[in-house]
Design a protein around this ligand. Structure first.
Ligand SMILES: C[S@@+](CC[C@H](N)C(=O)[O-])C[C@H]1O[C@@H](n2cnc3c(N)ncnc32)[C@H](O)[C@@H]1O
Length: 214
């Protein structure tokens, strides 16, 4: 999935993945993962999600990464914040209040630029990537976050009936990517009433990934 694919979707306003309300699983399950205020939460492939405002309102700090400049401009307008921009190599840092967003390719983000994070919130990130990139992505975020715990929201359906995003990511695949580093807990699996891109049945599956004790 190329950068141009996503940039074109933002340009064409083809952003069906964007939710106008906070994701209900975030509201229901995230505070179990990081109960303390002041936690620093990493939101990979963040788009202009309303979930960032929710995290900020809970007293958390947010660090995100997103390819699209227009998405991030819209995000800051929505938050009512005027960011300061700083260039770091291929990435531009947008920073205001308790939010830092890196604009550019997540694979250019390093541990040093990201800084320390307490948890990862993955909604629409893993499922946005084709299989080969998912392998690279899971290794990369585990590495740059030093295996911070994560709330991961996936969808599962018959991929042969829809070739594209959001990709179906099975329980076996989540296990294969993450079991060496994390203990995996399946929190819930709910039917998606309208299916995914018209494909039914489809389920939303929510995982809690906790770092294994060494
Ligand atoms: C399915 S959307 C999900 C956005 C957001 N998480 C949400 O829930 O609304 C995937 C997002 O990832 C961004 N993206 C895709 N590949 C990326 C990459 N390599 N680095 C940074 N962002 C990327 C896209 O521009 C898009 O906004």
């Amino acid at each position: 999935m190329s950068a141009n694919y996503w940039l074109k979707r933002w340009k064409d306003d083809d952003i069906g993945f964007h939710e106008n309300n906070v994701n209900p699983y975030l509201d229901r399950y995230f505070t179990n993962l990081v109960p303390s205020i002041d936690s620093r939460i990493f939101v990979p492939l963040c788009g202009k999600t309303k979930d960032i405002a929710w995290l900020l309102n809970k007293g958390m700090h947010v660090v995100g990464v997103e390819l699209s400049v227009s998405a991030i401009k819209a995000l800051f307008i929505d938050l009512g914040l005027a960011p300061t921009l700083t260039q770091y190599g291929q990435l531009t840092q947008y920073c205001a209040g308790n939010v830092t967003i890196w604009v550019g390719d997540i694979f250019a983000l390093t541990t040093e630029l990201l800084g320390s994070v307490d948890a990862i919130y993955d909604r629409g990130a893993l499922v946005a990537l084709p299989f080969k990139l998912r392998k690279k992505y899971t290794a990369h975020i585990t590495n740059i976050t030093k295996s911070a715990p994560q709330l991961l929201i996936c969808c599962v359906y018959d991929q042969s009936k829809h070739d594209g995003t959001p990709y179906s990511v099975s329980a076996q695949e989540v296990f294969d990517h993450y079991h060496r580093i994390y203990s995996l807990k399946l929190i819930t699996c709910d039917a998606i009433t309208n299916g995914v891109k018209g494909v039914k049945p489809a389920n939303a599956v929510v995982w809690l990934l906790s770092r294994k004790n060494c």
